[in-house]
Write a protein that binds this ligand. Structure first.
Ligand code: URA
Length: 238
C-alpha cells in the first residue's frame, strides 16, 4: 500500500505537491469515491481517476544487488518449494533475477523489474564483463588457460574470447584458483568451460558484473543500486 499522492507522482502525471492539491480540491477518485484525505493509502489494483480520467500507473523501477548465498535457487518461483533469490529481498515489487547463478554458486546477482536493462545486460553483444572466481580440482596449466581465453566448445558452440588467469595453486589439496571473465551467460557456462579443458569446478563465485562488486555485503545481504550506478549501467549498454 502506498500513499495516494505518491502513486500519482510516481505515475509521472504531476509532482507530489500538485497531486496533494488535486486531492484536497476533490479532483481525485479511488474506486469511484472522491478522496480528500492526504494520508489515504491505495494498492496497485485500485482504480484512480483524476478529473474523470483514469490514471495510467507506470510501475516504478527498482534495482537490487544481492550477494547470493549457496543453496538458493535463481528463479522467481520454485516448483520444489526451495528458497529463491526473490525470497531474500523485502519488496512488494515484482522483480526477477538478471541471468542465473546455479544453486551451489555464490556471488553477485542483480534483480529488477526493468526488462530493458535486464535484457541488455544479458545480451553478449553488449560485452558486459562477468568475473568469476573458480576453485578447480587439479593444477590448471598455462596451455589450458590459453584455451579458455581463445574459446572452447560447449554444447556444440565455441565460447567467445574470455580472460583467464591463475590466481593460486594449492599443491597440498591439488586445487587451483582461477579468475575467469566472460561476456556470455550460457547455462552452467563456467563449469562447462572447465569441463571442456578436462577439469571440474569445486566452488564457484561471481565477483563482479561490469563495475559492480560485492563490497560491503555479506552472503545473503543486498542493497539497492544508486541512481548513479543505474545511469552508469545504462551507459555501459549503449
Ligand atoms: N557458470 C556456471 O557454470 N554456473 C553459474 O552459476 C554461473 C556461471
Amino acid at each position: 500500500m502506498e500513499r495516494l499522492q505518491k502513486v500519482i507522482a510516481n505515475s509521472g502525471y504531476t509532482s507530489r505537491r500538485k497531486a496533494e492539491e488535486l486531492i484536497q480540491s476533490g479532483k481525485v477518485k479511488v474506486n469511484g469515491v472522491t478522496i480528500y484525505e492526504l494520508g489515504t493509502k491505495v494498492n496497485t489494483t485500485d482504480l484512480i481517476e483524476i478529473d474523470g480520467n483514469i490514471l495510467q500507473k507506470e510501475e516504478q523501477k527498482v534495482y537490487f544487488l544481492l550477494y547470493k548465498p549457496r543453496g538458493v535457487v535463481t528463479t522467481t518461483n520454485d516448483d520444489k518449494n526451495r528458497k529463491t533469490v526473490v525470497d531474500l529481498i523485502d519488496t512488494q515489487m515484482r522483480i526477477y533475477p538478471v541471468g542465473r547463478l546455479d544453486y551451489d554458486t555464490t556471488g553477485i546477482l542483480l534483480l529488477t523489474n526493468d526488462g530493458v536493462l535486464a535484457n541488455a545486460l544479458m545480451h553478449p553483444k553488449n560485452n558486459i564483463d562477468k568475473v568469476y572466481i573458480a576453485k578447480i580440482k587439479g593444477l590448471v596449466g598455462k596451455e589450458q588457460i590459453n584455451q579458455l581465453q581463445n574459446g572452447v566448445i560447449i554444447d556444440g558452440q565455441k565460447t567467445s574470447k574470455a580472460k583467464a588467469r591463475i590466481k593460486k595453486y594449492d599443491k597440498k589439496t591439488n586445487t587451483s584458483i582461477v579468475e575467469l571473465t566472460i561476456h556470455e551467460g550460457k547455462n552452467h557456462q563456467v563449469k562447462k568451460m572447465f569441463e571442456a579443458i578436462g577439469y571440474s569446478v569445486v566452488k564457484l563465485k561471481r565477483e563482479k558484473i561490469s563495475f559492480l562488486d560485492l563490497t560491503g555485503l555479506k552472503s545473503g545481504e543486498y542493497r539497492m543500486l544508486s541512481p548513479k550506478e543505474i545511469k552508469k549501467l545504462y551507459f555501459e549498454i549503449k
